[in-house]
Ligand binder design. Structure first.
Ligand SMILES: [Zn+2]
Ligand SMILES: [Zn+2]
Length: 101
């Protein structure tokens, strides 16, 4: 399985989440957060966001099959692809499991 997400998509997702995290933490408005979120705190919040999104630094979001536990990097023995995948949760159902259901 190779389902690479484009770098631009990944960066946007991380930035959006970092902003939301900052807003939740500080109670600042969206505009205020955008102004405040730079420098060291931006890097920190982006780190939290990456962790929450289950992404690695290179932009690959690893998802796991909720039924058999196969992942993007470790597909089922006879090969499989995603039937349903939620990249934000990092969960999906692969073709081998969908066939068994
Ligand atoms: Zn599966
Ligand atoms: Zn599978």
């Amino acid at each position: 399985m190779s389902k690479q997400i484009s770098r631009g998509f990944y960066t946007r997702a991380v930035d959006t989440l970092a902003l939301e995290l900052y807003r939740c933490n500080t109670g600042a408005s969206r505009t205020e957060s955008m102004k405040q979120l730079h420098g060291p705190s931006r890097a920190l919040y982006r780190k939290f966001a990456r962790r929450a999104l289950n992404c690695s630094r290179d932009g690959f979001i690893e998802a796991k099959c909720v039924s058999c536990g196969c992942t993007d990097s470790r597909a089922c023995d006879d090969g499989c692809s995603w039937i349903v995948v939620n990249r934000l949760l990092g969960q999906g159902i692969c073709s081998s499991c969908a066939g068994r259901l």
